[in-house]
Design a protein around this ligand. Structure first.
Ligand code: CTP
Ligand code: MG
Length: 404
């Protein structure tokens, strides 16, 4: 193992609160391997073999060393592993403190950007060496950017030609980074800001779309898709060793029951439609058991709990709310969690309303509200039970969701 003059500090000590996974973010699997392993692979794919420093969460030093040690050794890369601090800046400082004297160029990389190509690392190293100061990869900002006040009112439009969306690895001459960390007077969200705060120059070089940061569940699905696409192009299955499968669709089930109201003036809403035939169903909302069963099914499929836990059974905003409004809200939540709804099947159980004549209409209203095909069927229970006695209506739904 030869000594390296380039070091890559991979910060992996965050908890990943926005990803909301049971494991700390860097230890979350992505197509069968952890994000930390993928990030290390990218660093080890550099032209020059780096000294690798992993900054990991409390209690993870030994497991990280066991996971990464053999790969680093096979690549001939020296490896250090250390516990991180409360903030990202603390974590980088702890990694920096471990570097051997020989290291003259330091790259700081987020484990949360596991698909960053090795070429980006090489370009950053090369630019730091040739320019003699800090270099960070960045992408042009393509969206129009607005400044907005806390009440969501637009204040103005920012000139995007002077903006850049920055990524990691961020590279610096060792001496500049050491000096910036030694004199740091405030917390910054990246190393470039810290280095710039002591008056040192930092340049941007072209970043790479694949260096995006995995922050929320939808990012993880996107990353997973990219790995599967890449492996499929190369004619390989994801992680043949561990046999990690492609992401599977997820199913969910929902059941709901509403009693017919004592008030003869209550309108009857079932399966997104109003029915003229007789008194309606009791409930805090419109009592549409079919829509509520669908909401429960899609929330369950996405692992988001159920209608009561999300909306609250006595949420005043939902008083009298139509089932279709709840369906739209459920769709938003599911999509925000990184899933799209495949399809839903719902069966209404009761003596009335007679759904058959308006089945197509109900399917079209429910499908439009949910943004996915909904099939509606109906049955009676042969005069048995509460539905057979005409005391209420039940509905049972099954939903399939898949990664975006
Ligand atoms: N990081 C770290 N030490 C901390 C905080 C963050 O090493 N105290 C690392 C993370 O592990 C991640 C990178 O800094 O690789 C970028 O941070 P971010 O994406 O914000 O990750 P988390 O802080 O883990 O996520 P969240 O903010 O959602 O909790
Ligand atoms: Mg964070």
């Amino acid at each position: 193992m030869s000594a390296s003059t380039v070091a890559v500090i991979i910060v992996a000590a965050g908890s990943g609160s926005r990803l909301a996974h049971s494991e700390p973010k860097a230890f979350v699997p992505l197509a069968g391997r952890t994000m930390l392993e993928l990030a290390v692979d990218a660093a080890l794919g550099m032209h020059e073999t780096p000294h690798v420093v992993l900054v990991v969460p409390e209690g993870r030093v030994e497991s990280a060393r066991a996971m990464i040690g053999p790969v680093a050794e096979a690549a001939g890369a020296p490896l250090d592993v250390v516990e991180g601090g409360v903030s990202r800046q603390d974590s980088v400082a702890r990694g920096l403190a471990l570097l051997p004297r020989l290291v003259d160029t330091v790259l700081v990389h987020d484990a949360a950007r596991p698909l960053t190509p090795s070429l980006v690392f090489d370009e950053v190293v090369q630019a730091v060496r040739s320019r003699g100061h800090g270099v960070i990869p960045a992408l042009d900002v393509v969206d129009t950017i607005k400044r907005v006040d806390p009440s969501h009112r637009v204040i103005d439009t920012v000139d995007r030609s002077t903006l850049a969306a920055v990524q990691t690895p961020q590279g610096f001459p060792r001496e500049a980074l050491d000096r910036a960390y030694a004199t740091a007077g405030a917390e910054f969200t990246d190393d470039a800001a810290l280095v710039a705060s002591i008056g040192l120059p930092v340049d941007v070089v072209p970043g790479d779309a694949r260096a995006f940061k995995v922050t929320v569940p939808a990012d993880l699905h996107r990353a997973e898709q990219l790995v599967h696409d890449r492996l499929a192009r190369e004619g390989r299955a994801a992680n043949p060793v561990a046999g990690a499968p492609a992401p599977m669709p997820r199913v969910g089930t929902g059941v709901d029951v509403h009693a017919f109201s004592d008030d003869p003036g209550t309108p009857l809403w079932v399966a997104g439609l109003e029915w003229p035939d007789g008194r309606g169903l009791a409930g805090h909302s419109d009592g549409d058991a079919a829509s509520h069963a669908i909401v429960d099914a899609v929330l369950a499929a996405a692992g988001l709990g159920d209608l009561g836990s999300i909306f609250g059974t006595d949420d005043p905003a939902l008083a009298g709310a139509h089932g279709t409004v709840l369906l739209g809200r459920a769709r938003e939540l599911v999509e925000r969690a990184g899933y799209r709804i495949g399809n839903v099947s719902v069966q209404v159980i009761g003596n009335r309303p007679k759904l058959a004549p308006r089945r197509a209409e109900a399917e079209s209203v429910l499908s439009a509200a949910l943004g996915a095909p909904v099939s509606v069927s109906a049955t009676t229970t042969d005069a048995l039970g509460f539905t057979g006695r005409g005391e209420g209506v039940a509905a049972i739904a099954t939903a399939v969701v898949g990664p975006v």
